[in-house]
Design a protein around this ligand. Structure first.
Ligand code: GLU
Length: 499
C-alpha cells in the first residue's frame, strides 16, 4: 500500500507545539515508509481564518526544515490543497449522499435549534444535538422545498441501531453505538460551505490518504467519519490518534503553562533542530540511552510501534537542555550567524540595530567558542559576551577581593596579574596559558585562584564570567591592560579613601 498521510491545520491560530508534533509525526511516518506527506489547509472557517496565520504556517515549517511533498504552495496531483478552493466538490459529494438517501435536507432555522437547546436545558434533559425533525420529510418534498429556494443544510442520516467499529493503531479496537454519535450532524451549511467533517472525509478519500495521524482530541469525531466513509461506500484510512501533550500539572498544554507558539520559542533562541528533537520525543520512544537525534536520524527510526499510549508531558526545562545540546553541536561560524540578530538588536555593536564592523564580526565569531557551552538559548549570548565589545561597568571594590583578603591585598594581586596580562593574551591556547600562570603563582607564592580572581573581575566586569584566558586572547594585550589599569586606579582611590 502506498503510504500517504497529511497535516491538516486550520489557519485560525499560530503554529504551536501540539500542531507541530502532529505534523512532525506525519512527516516522519511518511519518510520512514517511503510515503508521501501532504499539507492540506482546512480553511473553511472564514470567520476565524487569518492570512497571518497561514503565513505563520509556511514560515514555521520552512524554519523547521520540514517539507511536504504536496500542498497549497507546491501543488500536486490532488490540487487544490486549500479547502476553500474545493467547495464545489463538497457540494457535489453532499448531493450524492442526499441522492442515495444517506443524507437529507434540513430546513430547521437557527432559532428553532436554539429553542430546543434551551427547552432541553430547562427540562434537564440529557439529550443533546439535533432532534432529527427533518429526517422524516420525504425526499420529494425536501427536493421541492430546496428547489423553491428555502434555506437548508445537509445532514448525515446516521444509521440508527447499529454499532460502528474501527481500529486505532494505538488504542486498539474502538466501538461506538451509532445512537450515541452526534445526531445527524450537518455536512453542508446553509451558505454552501462544508463542515469540518464533510471536507475532512471527502479530502482524505480524494487525496488517497492511507493513514490519519492526528491528536487524540479528534477521536470522538472518528466514529462519525467512519460512518461517513461507509455511507459513501469508501474504505476508511487507518487511524492513529496521538497521545495528548500535557503541561506538568497534567492539564492539556496551553498558554497557562508558558510559551506554546513556535514563534515564541524561536524568538527566545530555540534552535529548529532542538525543537524537532524534543517534540519528536513527545509521545514516542526510540532507543535507550540516546537523546540527541537529527531530523534525518528520526526519519530512519520512526514507527507507529514506538508511540506511547500515555499522554506526553511537555517539560520546558528539558527543551532547554536539548537546546543547549544542539547549540554545542554548532561551529563558531554557524553559531555566530544564528546569534547575530540578537546581538544587533541588543546594541552590542553600538546603537541598537547597528551592524558589526569587520573587526567586531571577527571578535563575535571568536566569542562563540567561549560562550557555546554556557548557552541554553541563543538570545542569552549578547549579555554574556558584551564585555568583549564595550567596557564593562566598573564593579564595586569588594568584588575584587578574594576570600580572607582585604582591599590592599586585592590591589597587590591585581598588580601582579597586570604583569602577566601580556603573556597570557599572547598564549596560543588555554593549556599554554594555564601552565604559564601556574608557574607564576608558585614563584610568587600566591594561590592561583587568588591571583586570577581580581584579574577576571577587571577584565570581564564580574566574578563569574566566560573563560578568562580565552577572553584575554580575544581582547588582546592592549585592551586588557587598559582595563587592568582602570581597575587599579579605581581600587587605589578606594584604598586612599578608606585609610
Ligand atoms: N483541521 C483539523 C485541525 O485543525 C484537522 C484534524 C484532522 O487531522 O482530522 O486539527
Amino acid at each position: 500500500m502506498k503510504i500517504r498521510d497529511r497535516y491538516a491545520p486550520s489557519p485560525t491560530g499560530l503554529q504551536h507545539i501540539g500542531g507541530v508534533r502532529t505534523a512532525l509525526f506525519n512527516y516522519l511516518f511518511a519518510r520512514s515508509r517511503g510515503g508521501e506527506f501532504i499539507l492540506r489547509l482546512e480553511d473553511t472557517d472564514r470567520v476565524r481564518y487569518d492570512q497571518a496565520y497561514e503565513r505563520n504556517l509556511y514560515d514555521t515549517f520552512a524554519w523547521l526544515g520540514i517539507q511536504w511533498d504536496e500542498g497549497p504552495d507546491r501543488g500536486g496531483p490532488s490540487a487544490p490543497y486549500a479547502q476553500s478552493e474545493r467547495t464545489a466538490l463538497y457540494r457535489q459529494y453532499a448531493g450524492e449522499l442526499v441522492q442515495s438517501g444517506r443524507a437529507y435536507y434540513c430546513f430547521c432555522t437557527g432559532e428553532r435549534l436554539e429553542r430546543i437547546r434551551l427547552e432541553r436545558e430547562a427540562a434537564h434533559s440529557g439529550d443533546t444535538g439535533y432532534d432529527r425533525r427533518c429526517r422524516g420529510i420525504s425526499p420529494e418534498e425536501a427536493a421541492g422545498r430546496a428547489a423553491a429556494g428555502e434555506a437548508h443544510t445537509v445532514r448525515l442520516k446516521i444509521p440508527l441501531g447499529e454499532t460502528t467499529r474501527f481500529r486505532d493503531h494505538l488504542l486498539g479496537e474502538i466501538e461506538w453505538k451509532n445512537d450515541d454519535v452526534n445526531p445527524d450532524p450537518v455536512l453542508l451549511k446553509s451558505d454552501g460551505f462544508p463542515t469540518y467533517h464533510l471536507a475532512n472525509v471527502v479530502d482524505d478519500h480524494l487525496m488517497e490518504i492511507s493513514h490519519v495521524l492526528r491528536a487524540q482530541e479528534w477521536l470522538s469525531s472518528t466514529p462519525l467519519h467512519v460512518i461517513m466513509y461507509r455511507s459513501f461506500g469508501w474504505t476508511p484510512p487507518e487511524f492513529c490518534h496521538l497521545p495528548m501533550v500535557m503541561g506538568q500539572d497534567g492539564k492539556k498544554l496551553s498558554k497557562r503553562h508558558g510559551a506554546t507558539s513556535i514563534d515564541e520559542f524561536r524568538r527566545q533562541g530555540c534552535l529548529a533542530e532542538a525543537l524537532i528533537n524534543y517534540v519528536a520525543l513527545l509521545g514516542a520512544s526510540y532507543e535507550e540511552g540516546k537523546d540527541i537525534y537529527t531530523l534525518h536520524e528520526l526519519e530512519g527510526r520512526f514507527s507507529l510501534d514506538k508511540l506511547n499510549k500515555a499522554p506526553a508531558v511537555f517539560d520546558y526545562k528539558k527543551l532547554e537542555w536539548y537546546n543547549g545540546q544542539h547549540i554545542r553541536l554548532k561551529s563558531d561560524g554557524e553559531l555566530a550567524a544564528l546569534c547575530l540578530h540578537y546581538a544587533v538588536d541588543a546594541g552590542l555593536f553600538g546603537a541598537a540595530g547597528a551592524e558589526p564592523t569587520a573587526e567586531q564580526r571577527l571578535i563575535f565569531v571568536k566569542a562563540m567558542a567561549l560562550v557555546r557551552e554556557r548557552l541554553s538559548f541563543l538570545s542569552e549570548a549578547p549579555a554574556k559576551i558584551a564585555y568583549l565589545f564595550g567596557e564593562p561597568e566598573m564593579p564595586a571594590a569588594e568584588e575584587f577581593i578574594p576570600r580572607k583578603a582585604d582591599l590592599a591585598r586585592a590591589v597587590e594581586l591585581l598588580r601582579l596579574g597586570r604583569d602577566f596580562t601580556r603573556p597570557l593574551a599572547a598564549s596560543p591556547d588555554d593549556e599554554a596559558a594555564e601552565i604559564f600562570i601556574k608557574e607564576q603563582a608558585e614563584k610568587n607564592a600566591v594561590k592561583l585562584g587568588d591571583l586570577l580572581m581580581p584579574l577576571r573581575v577587571a577584565i570581564t566586569g564580574a566574578r563569574v564570567s566566560l573563560p578568562l584566558f580565552g577572553s584575554l586572547r580575544i581582547l588582546g594585550a592592549e585592551r586588557a591592560l587598559a582595563r587592568v589599569e582602570r581597575a587599579l586606579e579605581h581600587l587605589s582611590r578606594q584604598l586612599e579613601r578608606s585609610s
